[in-house]
Design a protein around this ligand. Structure first.
Ligand SMILES: Cc1cc2nc3c(=O)[nH]c(=O)nc-3n(C[C@H](O)[C@H](O)[C@H](O)COP(=O)(O)OP(=O)(O)OC[C@H]3O[C@@H](n4cnc5c(N)ncnc54)[C@H](O)[C@@H]3O)c2cc1C
Length: 489
């Protein structure tokens, strides 16, 4: 194979890029993947890994009677009406129809799932959970790609798209030493570059001023593919829609334990076999760990009077106003804050129906779960001195805030944090057609340019858990057939 002129260049080795690489190679196309980071993965590699689909083999095995039509109806119930009204129905229906085949395709590459589990308002259990975690997608697809002869270059950041006679003919990239390179693609360039949750300038430009201090959970989600597409005239769709901002606890310095579990090899085989027979309570315990790592604290916490304080131990916003709260946290010192709970709130949030975070109907995390599983961000103490011993909070200021907010300084107290205001994902992308070809402002195809994953949402609103990864994998799987000319719709 002449790597200087592969058939296809894929920009980005996250979930959609690796799926696209495997799919293109399976179609007999030669492929080079360029990844900006030191290792493949992207947001996919830090995700939980759920994959939502209807009419799957795993559903049939559990005698779940489902249909893509019902899935389409249910999916419209997740986002608030003012967001859902902007959904691209045609593309979302197209996606839902192809998701189950994608799940089977991933299974054929050795990726194992448990479930499906319920996620209201879905009327049927559709959330398939990859085991042991989302890194499995990255590892398994990488192995498949390499076996098929795909070349993956890391620390190779694509900075420009090249054009010959109006057709996208290749890319220019810079390597880890700052050297510039050009690469020509005989058939296609595929943008698989993820989203722009951590590009402050893009957030400010598309969402408006005030939001630019909010960070993306993935610091490398910089929207470079969106900018590349825009530089050659692509239309951009729904760029102001974001998943978040919402408060989340900072992640543990240690990787969550799922990230340590083997994703390939004999140990992984045994573990995956065992996982199929795990009782639900063990599965819930695993999910609970993910909850205290990734999930946002519930609105109810503030409705019941928990307060937010900054590093000077001062209150700075009306906590019950979600929009004001999420913006205000990002403007505090170090862009972070702490949640303070008094004895009443501790009591309430120690049992059903009040929980600090949840994956609805699957698992719920209460005060004790945070104290046990996240000692790095959760402290309980009867005194204010004891409460702040591992924080920069000043005692005198805290005492004043506590008297002003709760009327007394009597414990016990629980301090949770730091919390930051994060965008989980952004939902805007270049416009694409069903062949995943990028479209210009007039709706015409930009010859030679394709997009997949978050860079190809094209107005779809995918606010149920598990749909972003399902689209990343589905678009990646389909783009190989498209480029090879085997799929017209
Ligand atoms: C904490 C968290 C949990 C989540 N959990 C779930 C879940 O369980 N289920 C679900 O469906 N969704 C989940 N999501 C969302 C989902 O993970 C993402 O939307 C999806 O994985 C995106 O896949 P992608 O391939 O489009 O992008 P990514 O996986 O982000 O891949 C993009 C890749 O492109 C590379 N890149 C970017 N620009 C360039 C360039 N110019 N040159 C070279 N390389 C470049 C990046 O470094 C990156 O590796 C979660 C998100 C977060 C933040």
């Amino acid at each position: 194979m002449n790597n200087n002129q592969p058939d296809v260049i894929i920009v980005g080795a996250g979930g959609s890029g690796l799926a696209a690489a495997v799919s293109c190679a399976e179609q007999g196309l030669t492929v080079v993947v360029l990844e900006a980071c030191p290792e493949p993965g992207g947001t996919t590699g830090i995700a939980v890994g759920s994959f939502t689909a209807a009419e799957t083999r795993l559903q049939r095995r559990q005698k779940i009677d489902d249909s893509v039509e019902q899935h389409a109806i249910d999916l419209a119930r997740f986002a608030p009406a003012k967001i859902e009204v902007r959904n691209n129905h045609a593309q979302r229906t197209f996606f839902i129809k192809h998701a189950a085949d994608t799940l089977s395709w991933l299974q054929s590459h050795g990726i194992k799932f448990v479930g499906p589990t319920a996620e209201p308002p879905n009327s049927q259990p559709r959330m398939h959970n990859v085991i042991p975690g989302a890194k499995t997608y990255v590892a398994r697809l990488q192995i498949a790609a390499l076996k098929l002869g795909v070349k993956i270059y890391i620390q190779a950041t694509v900075q420009k798209l090249s054009t010959i006679d109006g057709r996208i003919s290749g890319i220019e990239y810079v390597d880890a030493d700052g050297n510039q390179h050009r690469l020509h693609a005989k058939r296609a360039v595929v943008l698989a570059t993820g989203d722009y949750a951590n590009n402050a300038e893009m957030i400010r430009r598309f969402k408006g001023p005030g939001y630019e201090n909010i960070v993306g959970i993935n610091p490398n989600a910089l929207g470079l593919g969106h900018l590349l597409a825009e530089s050659v005239g692509a239309a951009l769709v729904n760029m102001d829609i974001t998943y978040g901002p919402e408060l989340r606890f900072i992640t543990t310095a240690r990787q969550p334990f799922q990230q340590w579990l083997p994703v390939t090899g004999p140990l992984a085989t045994i573990q995956n076999w065992v996982a199929r027979f795990l009782p639900q309570w063990i599965f819930r315990r695993i999910i609970k760990r993910l909850l205290v790592t990734w999930q946002h604290p519930e609105e109810a916490l503030f409705e019941h009077g928990a307060i937010l304080i900054n590093e000077e131990a001062e209150r700075f916003c009306k906590e019950r106003n979600a929009k004001e709260r999420n913006l205000a946290v990002s403007n505090q010192p170090n862009k972070q804050a702490y949640i303070l709970m008094n004895s009443d709130q501790i009591e309430k949030f120690s049992r059903w129906p009040n929980f600090i975070s949840t994956a609805p109907d699957i698992a719920y995390a209460y005060v004790d779960d945070y104290l046990r599983l996240r000692p790095d961000i959760a402290t309980k103490s009867t005194t204010l001195e004891g409460l702040i011993k591992n924080t920069p909070l000043p005692l005198d200021s805290l005492s004043e805030t506590v008297v002003r907010s709760f009327g007394a300084t009597k414990g016990p107290w629980v301090l949770l944090g730091p919390v930051k205001s994060y965008f989980t994902t952004t939902e805007g992308s270049p416009a694409v057609n069903e062949q995943l070809q990028v479209l210009n402002q007039d709706g015409h195809v930009i010859d030679g340019l394709y997009a997949v994953g978050q860079c190809s949402l094209n107005g779809m609103i995918l606010w149920s858990h598990g749909c972003h990864i399902a689209w990343a994998m589905t678009s990646g799987r389909l783009v190989g057939e498209t480029i090879q000319g085997k799929r017209s719709s």
